[in-house]
Design a protein around this ligand. Structure first.
Ligand code: MSP
Length: 517
């Protein structure tokens, strides 16, 4: 019997197709990409999904302004997201668009099932309606804003409409039970506490259909003039994409990566809908915080978005992998926002990449080129002193550490655990001074052992870096004369000490990360 590999299904939010991609979208998607790549490297059976959320009312307006149909406009913009992610090296397994038939058919079936079970029912909704935004404003928010639109300041109107509702209130106890019995269901902890607090206040049923969308959206079964509310339609994407015979094994998802803005939908409404459908809930919902830009919230009015042009300029100047490293190590994974500041970027680049990783790689490969004609020497058996042992242990201990950290989605921590191995190589070089030993022919054996230890530790570190910096690591592998297929990895085995064969041709190659002023 072939052994079944663990599955790993990771998702990003599906992004509003009306928007242009910016650093926020790129961040969530890059994080998911790093996790997906890590799990492929580990040998898991991975499915990584991203996509676009297309049925918002705004799409109809934007399309009309351009003399296009909503579908044409959505096609144009979805292509921008796909192209952007391709350019940024995102290796998603599928790209779901909610206007695709494969999605719409599934959503209709889910809603039908929920109608049968009574979890979706017809009722009347009355509330404060913001005509300028085409949305209802919750009672308390309406009050706080003096019954004016929180966005445009225009008066809110009392409006009643026939709607279909989802019986969210039925699931309050089960949701509380879920969050209490699985403390890592919603992460980080601060977000979990937020959700628990609101859950304890009680749940109301939620309207899940809308009128007046001009037919753009998925027609609500049992109605001629209503479409399924765009959020409900969108949440189903996570399930609809894998709800096929060949992909069923991926459900439940391991983790939905999202940000704090959409926590309630993912931590409460979505699991309740899944419970109503009799499906498993995802294993984790991870809600990160926001990037701000040079100390300020990114906003249209300030025009300070880290947009595609800006992202491209960082990639051009520092490389794509440097951007990925910055996002991975400095990003807002916890409960506070992170600042995308230029000076910070340059500093992180120079400290971590140019001076640490890049410098170490060129030192090691240069010394082997110089002292051993670019042929990796064999370590002399039985010559492992304390310093060498410390380095070997740092390298061989990395794999478990990184596995634990990635397993807990501590992406920055995992990056630093790998960088620690690189730093251990530097320390070892300082301690053993191979450049001095090289002057004494009698020390050739010791020099050989030292350089083998350096190169072998660097090889192991490079494996840990591969999910974050796939291109630079491929360059490093070429220099070290090794090759791996990280999409079908055997990380544990590859991390065993001794993988690098003496006699291998080592080349010095170009600097991985040239220093920047
Ligand atoms: N379409 C909905 C999501 C539906 S999921 C079933 C939506 N789309 S969105 O285009 O507005 O994307 C929101 C997501 O983009 C956030 O949850 C986050 O993942 C990412 N980000 C948007 N701005 C961000 C920052 N400033 N910083 C970090 N990530 C942010 O909501």
């Amino acid at each position: 019997m072939p052994q079944t590999r663990p599955t790993f299904y990771v998702t990003t939010p599906i992004y509003y197709v009306n928007d242009r991609p910016h650093i926020g979208h790129v961040y969530s998607t890059t994080l998911a990409d790093i996790l997906a790549r890590y799990h492929r490297l580990r040998g898991d059976d991975v499915f990584f999904l991203t996509g676009t959320d297309e049925h918002a009312a705004k799409v109809v307006d934007s399309a009309a302004q351009r003399g296009m149909t909503p579908q044409q406009w959505a096609d144009t913009n979805a292509a921008v997201f796909e192209e952007t992610f391709r350019k940024l090296g995102i290796a998603n397994d599928d790209f779901i668009r909610t206007s695709q038939d494969r999605h719409k058919q599934k959503v209709l079936a889910y809603i039908e099932q929920l109608r049968q079970s009574g979890d979706v029912y017809e009722g009347e909704y009355e509330g404060w309606y913001d005509a300028s935004q085409e949305e209802y404003v919750p009672e308390n928010k309406a009050k706080d804003n003096d019954f004016k639109s929180p966005i445009t300041g225009r008066p809110l109107v009392r409006k009643t409409e026939k709607n279909f509702f989802f019986a969210l209130s039925r699931y309050q106890d089960r949701l509380l039970e879920l969050l209490n019995s699985r403390p890592d269901f919603v992460q980080p902890d601060s977000r979990r506490n937020e959700v628990l607090g609101r859950l304890r206040e009680g749940l109301h049923d939620v309207p899940i259909s809308r009128t007046g969308t001009g037919g753009w959206g998925i027609q609500m079964p049992g109605s001629t003039d209503q479409t399924i509310y765009v959020w409900i339609d969108a949440l189903f994407n996570y399930l609809s994409t894998v709800d096929t015979p060949d992909r069923q094994r991926f459900w439940p998802a391991e983790v939905h990566l999202i940000a704090k803005d959409i926590l309630w939908f993912h931590a409460v409404i979505w699991p309740a809908m899944l419970m109503a459908l009799g499906r498993d809930v995802p294993r984790h919902v991870y809600s990160h915080s926001f990037w701000i830009s040079e100390g300020q919230k990114m906003s249209k009015s300030l025009g300070n978005f880290i947009d595609l042009e800006k992202i491209d300029s960082y990639v051009a100047e520092f490389s794509l992998d440097a951007l990925r490293w910055f996002l991975a190590t400095q990003g807002p994974l916890g409960s506070t926002d992170s600042d995308f500041a230029h000076d910070k970027f340059v500093e992180v680049y120079n400290v971590d990449l140019a001076n640490t990783l890049g410098n170490c790689a060129s030192r090691v490969t240069n010394m082997i080129a110089r002292y051993f004609d670019g042929v990796l020497p064999a370590p002399v058996a039985g010559r492992e002193d304390n310093e060498a042992r410390t380095l070997r242990q740092a390298a061989t201990g990395m794999c478990d550490k990184v596995d634990d950290l990635f397993g807990r989605l501590a992406v920055g921590g995992a990056c630093h655990a790998v960088l620690d191995v690189v730093k251990a190589i530097d320390t070892f070089i300082e301690q053993t001074q191979p450049f001095r030993l090289a002057k004494d022919p009698e020390k050739k054996d010791r020099l050989a052992t030292i350089l083998y230890y350096c190169a072998e530790s660097l090889r192991i570190a490079s494996l840990g870096l591969a999910p974050v910096m796939p291109q630079k690591v491929a360059q490093l592998w070429a220099a070290l004369g090794v090759s791996y297929d990280p999409a079908h990895g055997k990380l544990k085995q590859w991390c065993q000490w001794g993988g690098l064969q003496p006699g291998t041709k080592i080349t010095k190659g170009d600097a991985l990360f040239p220093r920047k002023g």
